[in-house]
Design a binder for this molecule. Structure first.
Ligand code: UDX
Length: 464
């Protein structure tokens, strides 16, 4: 690293979870590729820092360094639930981050800009305390940002415990039913601690000089326009590996928190073109045993090949497939714990993606032009699914029954619907159009490329 003349140093703070680390690394890479005078330090807590080192996620890039700060917890053996973890991070994170900033200064690498994450609002105060300008990397959709902003200031009627199931009409967005709103904003919805963090961050948004969103203009034109009338936002996405969009790049640091079973690509090589159903629910969603059983038998009776990321929720649990399932699908199914998702999505054998609609998976699928079987669970996933199916028309929704389970017949029906017939053809056509729009946003002079350049030029003029 000594050979590099460091002019501008950006400290990119990421929330310690896979869905946040991935876009942060991709953003870091985009920045350092855009201007040789930028150096990025990507900072997260010690536990995730350790996990990244163990899985090789940190990789090596001479312009990007990986740093950690203390959250007051030991590196191993922390199984705090989300509420307790968020409370602990809020308590200890500010001091840990301040220590890191001082340490970087001592190491001759003073910080010129701090990039925050929506789940860690206190980063804004730490930046203010040091007098360092602050940006925020919004890692969900602009539609979700619009919902959060309008919910915070109650710009329209939102569900209350007394009136839970209502239609919500917000500017720039389609009418959203309660179960299509990010679930942390809905009374009794899971992960309310995320609402506290996100809304807490939006409350401080005037102290943030740049709000950079992982999205692109052509995808969310109305939502972006409506948000921009309330508060400035710049889209710089999709943050996907540029290779996915047909651009040749230096090899990207993948940022996986688990070891990837890359040999599944060899298996894909043996499958017919556009035949394989890819199934994955990201890094956090867990399926009930009943749901695993129904999904498994749905895949079995579809008669089609499949690649399923069957990831246990944590190191102490197992992902139990139903008895007889592996025999029934022998030679036709491949089960892994973690895979190189981007390579899988762009593999010629893959025909469609059964996804939980996490925002990274959503953008990667859009950039790959792959049709979607939307199986959202909570958080922003339900809003993303609404857009994928009803607004962009690039997918089919797997419907739950009265018990909240997607049954095997429904799995089979949706697989047929997305593969055959006029709706399938239209979905493929729309998916290819969105893929092209994603490519255009990132090419030189495209909407996201221009916004990134504005940010970089602002940084350069601040430092000069
Ligand atoms: C979480 C939330 O669940 C999601 O709703 C929110 O939008 C972001 O934070 P996660 O559930 O992990 O994220 O989903 P997602 O956003 O899709 O991110 C998962 C990432 O892991 C993607 O980049 C995906 O490519 C990657 N992945 C997943 C792999 O590389 N290999 C796998 O086997 C599975």
């Amino acid at each position: 690293m000594s050979a590099i003349e460091v002019n501008i140093h950006i400290l990119l703070v990421t929330f310690p979870a896979q869905g946040h680390v991935k876009p942060a690394i991709r953003f870091a890479r985009r920045l350092t590729a855009s201007n040789a005078s930028l150096l990025v330090s990507l900072a997260t807590n010690e536990a995730i820092g350790q996990q990244m080192r163990d899985s090789g996620a940190a990789g090596s890039d001479e312009h990007i360094s990986f740093e950690t700060f203390s959250d007051g917890l030991s590196v191993v053996g922390n199984q705090l639930d989300a509420d307790k973890f968020m409370a602990q991070l809020n308590r200890a994170g500010p001091e840990g981050l301040a220590t890191l900033i001082n340490d970087l200064q001592v190491r001759g690498r003073p910080v010129h800009c701090i990039v925050s994450n929506p789940f860690v609002p206190w980063v804004v105060d730490v930046a203010e305390g040091f007098g360092i300008p602050c940006a925020m990397l919004w890692v969900q959709s602009c539609a979700v940002y619009a919902v959060c902003y309008q919910s915070l200031y109650r710009l329209d009627e939102f569900p209350t415990p007394e009136r839970l199931n209502i239609d919500v009409s917000l500017r720039g967005l389609p009418v959203l039913k309660t179960n299509e709103l990010p679930s942390f904003l809905v009374p009794f919805g899971p992960y309310q601690c995320l609402a506290d963090a996100i809304l807490g961050h939006i409350k401080k948004i005037k102290k943030v000089k740049w709000v950079l969103a992982n999205s692109f203009h052509a995808l969310e034109t109305e939502a972006i326009q409506s948000v921009s009338e309330l508060t400035p936002i710049m889209t710089i996405g999709p943050l996907v590996p540029l290779g996915l969009l047909g651009r040749s790049t230096a090899s990207e640091v993948r940022g996986d928190l688990w070891k990837s079973e890359d040999d599944c690509l060899d298996w894909l090589n043996t499958q017919p073109k556009e035949s394989v159903i890819y199934v994955s629910f990201g890094s956090i969603v867990s399926l009930s045993p009943k749901q695993i059983e129904e999904l498994a038998w749905g895949l079995a009776s579809s008669g089609r090949p499949f690649l399923w990321v069957a990831k246990p929720v944590d190191s102490t649990s197992e992902f139990l497939l139903p008895t007889g399932f592996l025999d029934a699908t022998a030679g036709r199914g491949k089960i892994v714990k973690w895979c190189p998702q981007v390579e899988v999505l762009t593999h010629p054998s893959v025909s469609c993606f059964v996804t939980h609609c996490g925002w990274n998976s959503t953008l990667e699928t859009i950039a790959a032009g792959t049709p979607i079987l939307a199986f959202a669970h909570w958080g922003d996933q339900v809003t993303n699914a609404k857009f994928l199916v009803d607004v962009y028309s690039v997918g089919v929704r797997l419907e739950r029954d009265a018990e909240g389970v997607v049954r095997r017949e429904e799995v089979c029906r949706c697989i047929e619907e997305i593969r055959e017939g006029p709706r399938a053809a239209k979905i493929r056509e729309n998916a290819m159009k969105l893929k092209e729009a994603a490519r255009e946003a990132l090419e030189e002079g495209g909407s996201s490329d221009k916004n990134l350049m504005v940010f970089v030029e602002d940084l350069i003029s601040l430092a000069s």
